[in-house]
Ligand binder design. Structure first.
Ligand SMILES: *[C@@H]1O[C@H](CO)[C@@H](O)[C@H](O)[C@H]1NC(C)=O
Ligand SMILES: *[C@@H]1O[C@H](CO)[C@@H](O)[C@H](O)[C@H]1NC(C)=O
Ligand SMILES: *[C@@H]1O[C@H](CO)[C@@H](O)[C@H](O)[C@H]1NC(C)=O
Length: 422
């Protein structure tokens, strides 16, 4: 067992030029995130979009339309069902909450039928539960669903949200006619939020809308935003999860190094507990979102969720990996025989490792890892305690640097491990 084996093997195709970058840039870049004291670990909460979309029909679907009732019910359940205690704190409204027109003073207003008590009342309610409220607006002339955009109103909108007691803004990028307006708008809104004096987490989609025209400047993005979407909207499907993970590995050299306390890459919502993913695929989403230091924003129906999905989403060991205070995003470092191996450095010299079975035929597959190859060769030197966290918790015990670790992974599933340094 030599270090040469670790770096010279041509099969390690997703092994990165990231290694030198990781070592050189992590400490430097970690300090340039948006300086509002927020999102020091990835934001956790609930966001309505993937599950409830733009459902405006409260006559036909009173329980699924975008209304204050929906958010009040979710707030109640976030507390009574243990979500808040698990760390899910931000209850977030997405598009379609607005009335079609601004008020006479140019302020955004909630749809009067669906939010008869108004957003300030909802914020008070959410705060009374010990939770925080997120809202949605758009940098351009209209939101994606066609409601009033914030272009020309950035200061008014920032102040309106602050006056209402909003704690997070998801700022979308639809209906914006140039990349200059896009970048200027995202920056301006960040400063406008700051000027209100209220602590408001700022969620951007700037790189997602920028990328088709111009390589995103992540130095700028992390300076102005608390987290940012890079890639397409998530769907309730395995295809969608796979595309997000593939995009992330393809672009990790660019995006991994910019993540850190105060600023995170956002691979979009957790769809665990819905309709589209098998159990193993849900495990894969949870494990990889933990490795990627992703915001954990569930989009599901907390009134109807299986106990299995709930236990996965509330798994404290996995959440601890996601929320690790070191705040470094993980990366894929090996891909061979339809297996991907990802790792993430954690505080106290610990590491998380995810082994993904990309094969979607057959049964569980065994995969043997040289312990010495994990954590840049140092995670288990001279030894470590390894715990399997997913798909279920298993204490695997003490491993020396020189031995191998055998895992067994279901098709489209993932085994998530934690390595604690001795
Ligand atoms: C909004 O619309 C106005 C009028 O058409 C246009 O001048 C402006 O550039 C648009 N702004 C954005 C961000 O697209
Ligand atoms: C505004 O920005 C300054 C420095 O850039 C920071 O110290 C302050 O905490 C920010 N305030 C809010 C409310 O985000
Ligand atoms: C990115 O933005 C920063 C800060 O505005 C600037 O200093 C830097 O030159 C930009 N990088 C590129 C490649 O344009």
């Amino acid at each position: 067992m030599t270090m040469k084996l670790l770096s010279g093997d041509p099969r390690l195709v997703c092994e990165l030029a990231l290694r030198p970058l990781v070592l050189v840039f992590w400490s430097i870049l970690g300090t340039k995130a948006l300086d509002n004291g927020l999102a020091r670990t990835p934001t956790m909460g609930w966001l309505h979009w993937e599950r409830f979309m733009c459902n405006l029909d409260c006559q036909e679907e009173p329980d699924a339309c975008i209304s204050e009732q929906l958010f009040m019910q979710m707030a109640d359940l976030m507390v009574s069902e243990g979500w808040k205690d698990a760390g899910y704190e931000y209850l977030c409204i997405d598009d379609c909450w607005m009335a079609p027109e601004r008020d006479s003073k140019g302020r955004l207003q909630a749809d009067p039928q669906r939010f008869p008590s108004g957003i300030q009342h909802l914020a008070n309610y959410v705060h009374s539960k010990g939770l925080k409220l997120g809202i949605y607006a758009d940098v351009g002339n209209k939101t994606c669903a066609g409601f009033p955009g914030s272009f020309g109103y950035y200061d008014i909108d920032a102040q309106t949200f602050a006056d209402w007691g909003v704690d997070l803004l998801k700022f979308d990028g639809c209906h914006c006619d140039s990349v200059t307006s896009l970048a200027d708008g995202y920056k301006y809104m960040s400063l406008a939020l700051n000027r209100t004096g209220r602590s408001i987490v700022y969620s951007c989609e700037w790189p997602l809308y920028m990328r088709p025209f111009h390589k995103p400047n992540y130095t700028d993005i992390q300076y102005y935003c608390n987290y940012w979407r890079n890639y397409d909207d998530i769907y309730d499907s395995w295809e969608s999860i796979k595309n997000i993970l593939a995009w992330t590995t393809d672009n990790q050299k660019e995006i991994v190094e910019v993540a850190g306390p105060g600023g995170w890459n956002d691979p979009d919502m957790l769809v665990i507990g819905n309709f589209g993913l098998s159990w193993d695929q849900q495990v894969t989403q949870m494990a990889l979102w933990a490795i990627m230091a992703a915001p954990l924003l569930m989009s599901n129906d907390l009134r109807q969720i299986s106990s299995q999905a709930k236990a996965l989403l509330q798994n404290e060991d996995v959440i601890a990996v996601n929320q690790d205070p070191l705040g470094k995003q993980g990366y894929c470092f090996r891909k061979e025989n339809k297996i991907e191996v990802w790792e993430r450095p954690l505080s106290n010299l610990a590491w998380a490792v995810a082994v993904r079975n990309l094969q979607e035929i057959g049964g569980p597959r065994s995969y043997t890892i040289q312990v010495a190859s994990l954590g840049q060769g140092i995670a288990c030197n001279p030894g470590c305690i390894i715990t399997q966290l997913l798909p279920e918790k298993v204490q695997l015990g003490f491993y020396e640097w020189t031995v191998t670790l055998k895992t067994r992974i279901n098709p489209s599933g993932t085994v998530l491990l934690r390595l604690d340094y001795i």
